[in-house]
Ligand binder design. Structure first.
Ligand SMILES: [Zn+2]
Length: 355
């Protein structure tokens, strides 16, 4: 049976099966039954993204919009290419299917199967079996896309401090891989987690923190995302399995084309359930190591008091980690335990970007 076209509205990370009707002046996207109009895209604004010579299904977008349409069925693509000159590129299929994927053979076939399960079932107990090197390569490429243009902080002692704590937290969680924390110079006040155990902190967050325990609290929260494999699940939901597999198996530019900036960040925005899990796991890991676990609540509390007035703040931790009363109450802990960073480590961390 032919695969139906899939429509991503660019707001919600869910693919929707749709029908398409090519007209002379517009492409009408309908619901799967063909009874309701989902979108009307003028022919003059249609764009076929990506490399039509190599990609199995380069997405179609309306210029300037986040929504996209993925059509895999070769017969339908051929029809659309014939019917609308703007979609002619859809008719140019590569000669052979998936040479890169063939190269990976059985390992990848297993990965694909596992991946589907992980996403469909939504189970984080399956995500760990997606080959780790693939996850890491994906994380690298997403990092390049999101922060590749911004300078990384080089202070060795500060990086050692935060990486040391991150890996101790990983070990406490029985996470079986090394994790890497990168500090990007500048803002917004934010931190996020990528597949393959790559964590990105902005130096503005470290500057804004009142003490090392607050940074440790945010770090532990991000480690919660790491150990639950939230990032790869979010990306898979946003981009679909096929795009993600291509990105993981060497076609890194694919995510760049499809997932520029905004869409990638959208994919990495964790839902409420993920945030709650990461909060609980984070404070739990700090407590397990006997470290002060009051940092994340106090950090969020101050963020909530100082409502962001500028755009830079609004696109940062406010949008990806909204600090709500509920989250603050759930993570509130007494100010007991060892400091997460020694005074020297905290000083080094604050100075990590000063060179
Ligand atoms: Zn989070």
């Amino acid at each position: 049976m032919a695969v139906r076209p899939r429509y991503y509205d660019g707001k919600v990370a869910v693919a929707r099966e749709v029908g398409v009707r090519p007209m002379s002046h517009e492409l009408i996207i309908t619901d799967a039954a063909g009874t309701a109009v989902v979108a009307r895209w003028p022919a003059s604004e249609l764009v076929v993204l990506g490399d039509t010579g190599h990609e199995k299904a380069p997405p179609v977008i309306r210029r300037g919009e986040e929504a996209r349409l993925v059509i895999e069925d070769p017969e339908l693509r051929h029809q659309l290419a014939q019917a609308m000159p703007a979609l002619a590129a859809l008719g140019r299929m590569r000669p052979k299917a998936a040479p890169r994927i063939a190269l990976f053979g059985a390992t990848l076939a297993v990965a694909i199967g596992v991946f589907w399960l992980a996403i469909e079932v939504g189970s984080s107990s399956i995500a760990p079996y997606v080959p780790y090197d693939l996850q890491h390569r994906l994380g690298q490429s997403v990092a390049g896309e999101l922060v590749g243009q911004q300078p990384l902080c080089k202070g060795g002692a500060g990086l050692a401090a935060i990486n040391g704590l991150a890996n101790r937290l990983a070990k406490a969680a029985d996470y079986p891989h090394p994790v890497e924390v990168r500090i990007v110079k500048g803002g917004p006040v934010n931190a996020f987690t990528l597949p393959g155990g790559i964590l990105v902190f902005y130096s503005d967050l470290i500057d804004r923190a009142r003490n090392g325990n607050e940074v440790a609290g945010v770090l532990a929260h991000e480690m919660g995302h790491v150990v639950h494999y939230h990032a790869i699940q979010g990306l898979a939901r946003q981009f679909g399995i096929d795009q993600l597999l291509k990105a993981m198996t060497g076609g890194f530019s694919d995510l760049g084309t499809v997932g520029q900036g905004g869409t990638l960040l959208l994919a990495l925005r964790n839902g409420r359930g993920f945030e709650r899990d990461a909060d609980a796991t984070g404070v739990g890991l700090l407590e397990k190591l006997g470290l002060r676990a009051d940092g994340v609540a106090s950090f969020f509390e101050r963020m909530l008091e100082n409502q962001p007035g500028d755009m830079a703040a609004a696109i940062g931790i406010w949008s990806s980690h909204p600090p709500t009363r509920e989250r603050i109450e759930a993570t509130r802990r007494p100010a007991t335990g060892k400091p997460a960073f020694s005074d020297a480590e905290w000083a080094a961390l604050r100075a990590a970007c000063n060179r």
